[in-house]
Design a protein around this ligand. Structure first.
Ligand SMILES: C[S@@+](CC[C@H](N)C(=O)[O-])C[C@H]1O[C@@H](n2cnc3c(N)ncnc32)[C@H](O)[C@@H]1O
Length: 304
């Protein structure tokens, strides 16, 4: 698969906030891009921040890391950029490359969720618009797939997950349809087949709204399969606390559950000075250029 060019979201306000914050650190300082993806934000940091800013970029999916090793081989060779295949929720100081371990940590960016390449990769089974297996794992080297999850959970547990992570009001009916398809051995290991099954939980006039009827169920399964909120809790509750005083954290979130968690974390007044009282959203020009920016919310805070 040819990776598409990733258009980094809200790169300007993130860069401006980091530039200003990093000026307070003299000498070498570390910036973590916790979600390397297509390397869009990292590329801008490499280009527009001084060379004393060393970048540690992470991704839990090995594909982006392998591509980044080729794309940025000169920056890696010079020690300016380090790439690491890891879930950001598992990052401790011990996991930092030796060369960065004793430097101050001045900035962290997390651009949550998945990239358009991942969404469009049929093998990954994230999108109900592409035929593929019910996998949904961003890290395909470990963990249960969506197919495993719908089999292993009880009808009630599955309904609770669809409700909690998808905020889907039809969760009980959807779970009931999935479980009865499993019992009658008619559930197919197929994204499009699951999407049609979910659609059947809705009365006909609600099936064709602004968003597809299966959107919230797929979101819920993806969040559960990848333990996305657990990783975010670790990021907010421990990883970003490694920032040195004056260091800045910028988090781009894409649904209300994520944004709520970020908002609450930045409310800890003894730890954070929120630089965004309300989240920043993409402007008209960006919305036009990049449809993924539609639901994006950016919050930035400075460590006290
Ligand atoms: C939206 S993309 C990032 C795009 C990137 N900012 C750019 O401009 O190219 C999100 C990336 O973060 C990765 N990711 C999501 N959750 C993660 C986690 N908990 N730990 C590490 N990487 C994660 C995904 O695999 C994906 O490659």
């Amino acid at each position: 698969m040819n990776p598409s060019v990733h258009i980094p979201i809200m790169a300007e306000p993130i860069l401006a906030a980091f530039k200003e914050g990093l000026e307070k650190f003299s000498g070498n300082v570390v910036l973590i891009d916790a979600t390397f993806g297509g390397g869009g934000h990292t590329g801008i940091f490499l280009r527009d921040l001084p060379s004393r800013v060393k970048i540690l970029a992470l991704d839990q999916d090995e594909g982006p890391i392998l591509r980044g090793q080729t794309q940025f081989k000169d920056e890696i060779a010079s020690g300016r950029l380090h790439l690491k295949h890891i879930n950001f929720g598992d990052l401790t100081r011990d996991e930092f490359p030796e060369a960065l371990r004793n430097l101050p940590l001045g900035a962290i960016l997390a651009d949550l969720g998945f990239s358009s390449d991942q969404l469009e990769d049929p093998e990954r089974g994230i999108s109900f618009q592409r035929e593929g297996p019910l996998d949904m794992r961003l890290n395909r080297q470990k963990g249960a797939t969506a197919w495993d999850v719908v089999h292993e959970l009880s009808e009630r547990e599955l309904a609770d997950i669809i409700y909690k992570y998808g905020e889907e009001r039809m969760s009980r009916k959807i779970s009931m349809l999935i479980k009865s398809a499993i019992r009658s051995k008619t559930l197919e290991n197929s994204t499009t087949a699951l999407a049609s099954l979910v659609e059947r939980a809705f009365p006909p006039k609600l099936r064709h709204g602004r968003i597809h009827a299966a959107t919230r169920t797929f979101q819920a399964l993806r969040i559960f399969v990848n333990q996305e909120l657990g990783a975010l809790e670790n990021l907010l509750g421990s990883v970003i606390l490694n920032l040195d005083p004056g260091g800045r954290a910028a988090i781009l979130s894409f649904h209300s559950l994520e944004d709520r968690a970020v908002k609450l974390a930045f409310r800890e007044r003894e730890i954070w000075r929120a630089l965004t009282k309300k989240p920043i959203e993409a402007d008209e020009a960006e919305l036009e250029r990049n449809s993924r920016s539609r639901s994006a919310k950016l919050r930035i805070a400075e460590k006290l």
